[in-house]
Design a protein around this ligand. Structure first.
Ligand code: PBG
Length: 344
C-alpha cells in the first residue's frame, strides 16, 4: 500500500481563498519581522526588586526563587550601582526583618533605623543614579504577617493609614524617591500625598499598588521576607478578588484622584487584561508586577527542562508591553538588562 496516496481535492486554491492576503509574507525574514514589530522591551521598562537582610557581606539564596538573593546593605549598594550602570531606571527595596523585631503593631516600620531606611540613606549617600522605590505596608514588620493593624479578626483601615503615612514620611526622609503603597487600605494614597506635601516633599512620586489582588502567586515573596510562616489567614478583606475587573478601574480611579502619579497592577501575567483596561481607560503611567510566583514558575519549569527559561522570560516581559504596561517590576530585571545591553 502507498503511505501517501495522492488525494485529488475538489476545492479552490489557497490563492483564491486568501485573495492575496497572506499574513506570513511579513514574517519570512528577520529584518521584516523587526520592521513590523509593534512592541519592544527596553531597559527603561525595568524596575528591579531587591531583598534586604541584616549583616555585612551577606548573600542568602531564597530557595523558592532560584537566582534571587537577600543581601545586606553593603551588597545592596553594589546591586544598585550595577543596576544604574546598566541603565535600569529604578530599584524597589523589600526588607527581611529579624523576627525578634516584629510585633503586633509592626512598630519597626516606624524605626528610622530600620533596614529599608538605612539602605535608602546608604544608597543615596553613594550618589548612585537610580530611582529608589520603597514599599509602604506593615507586613514585613508585623508578627501576624498582615499589611495592617489587626484587631481580633479585622484589619483596621484608618488606624493603619495613619501608621503607613508615618512610615512613608520616614522612608522619604531617608532618601526614597518613589513611595509605593502595597497595603490596599482605603484612602492611603490621599493621606500620604497630603502628609508629603505638608512636609515639603512635593516632588516625591507615588506609585500606587492600585489593583492588587489577593493572589496565590505571592508565596515565594513571603518566603523571601519571612512572613509566610507567620501569616494568619489570608488578605482577602483588603486585597482584591481575582474574579473582578470593573472594580480594578474604580481602585485606580480613586488612587489617581487621591494623587497617585503612577499606578500598578499586581500580579502581572494572569492579569494582563486588567493592565490593558487600566491603560486604555486612564492613559496614565501603568506598571505591572511580575510577582515572585510568576518568576518561580518560569525558573522552575526551566530547571526541569520543561520550557526554555530565557525565551519564556523575554516573552513574558514583552507580553506586558503588548498589554500596555509602561514598565514591569521583575526579579529578572538585572539579568534582562544585561541581555538587552549585549543585544541578545
Ligand atoms: C506586601 C507585598 C507583597 C508583595 C509586594 N508587597 C506580598 C503580599 O501582599 O502578601 C508581593 C510581591 C511578589 O510576590 O513578588 N505588602
Amino acid at each position: 500500500a502507498q503511505p501517501h496516496a495522492p488525494i485529488t481535492l475538489d476545492t479552490t486554491s489557497v490563492d483564491d481563498v486568501v485573495g492575496g492576503r497572506r499574513m506570513r509574507r511579513n514574517r519570512r525574514t528577520d529584518w521584516s519581522r523587526r520592521m513590523v514589530r509593534e512592541n519592544t522591551l527596553t531597559v527603561d521598562d525595568l524596575i528591579w526588586p531587591i531583598f534586604l537582610t541584616d549583616g555585612e557581606g551577606v548573600r542568602e539564596a531564597v530557595p523558592s526563587m532560584p537566582g534571587v538573593e537577600r543581601v545586606s546593605i553593603d551588597n545592596a549598594v553594589r546591586a544598585a550601582e550595577e543596576a544604574a550602570k546598566l541603565g535600569i531606571p529604578a530599584i524597589a527595596l523589600f526588607p527581611n526583618t529579624d523576627p525578634k523585631l516584629k510585633d503586633e503593631m509592626g512598630s519597626e516600620a516606624l524605626n528610622p533605623e530600620n533596614l529599608v531606611c538605612r539602605a535608602c540613606r546608604t544608597i543615596k549617600a553613594e550618589g548612585i543614579d537610580v530611582g529608589l522605590m520603597t514599599d509602604v505596608a506593615l507586613d514585613p514588620y508585623t508578627s501576624h504577617g498582615h499589611d495592617g493593624l489587626l484587631l481580633g479578626e479585622e484589619i483596621l483601615n484608618d488606624e493603619t493609614v495613619e501608621q503607613l503615612t508615618r512610615q512613608a514620611l520616614l522612608q522619604v526622609e531617608a532618601g526614597a524617591d518613589v513611595i509605593a503603597p502595597s497595603d490596599m487600605m482605603d484612602g492611603r494614597i490621599g493621606a500620604i500625598r497630603q502628609a508629603l506635601d505638608r512636609a515639603d516633599h512635593r516632588n516625591v512620586q507615588i506609585m500606587a499598588y492600585a489593583a492588587k489582588y489577593a493572589s496565590a502567586f505571592y508565596g515565594p515573596f513571603r518566603d523571601a521576607i519571612g512572613t509566610n510562616a507567620a501569616l494568619k489567614g489570608d488578605k482577602r478583606t483588603y486585597q482584591m478578588d481575582p474574579a473582578n475587573s470593573d472594580e480594578a478601574l474604580r481602585e485606580v480611579e480613586l488612587d489617581l484622584a487621591e494623587g497617585a502619579d503612577m499606578v500598578m497592577v499586581k500580579p502581572g501575567m494572569p492579569y494582563l487584561d486588567i493592565v490593558r483596561r487600566v491603560k486604555d481607560t486612564f492613559l496614565v503611567p501603568t506598571y505591572a508586577y511580575q510577582v515572585s510566583g510568576e518568576y518561580a514558575m518560569i525558573v522552575a519549569a526551566g530547571q526541569n527542562g520543561w520550557i526554555d527559561r530565557d525565551k519564556a522570560m523575554m516573552e513574558s516581559l514583552t507580553a506586558f508591553k503588548r498589554a500596555g504596561a509602561d514598565g514591569i517590576l521583575t526579579y529578572f530585571g538585572l539579568e534582562v538588562a544585561k541581555r538587552l545591553k549585549a543585544g541578545a
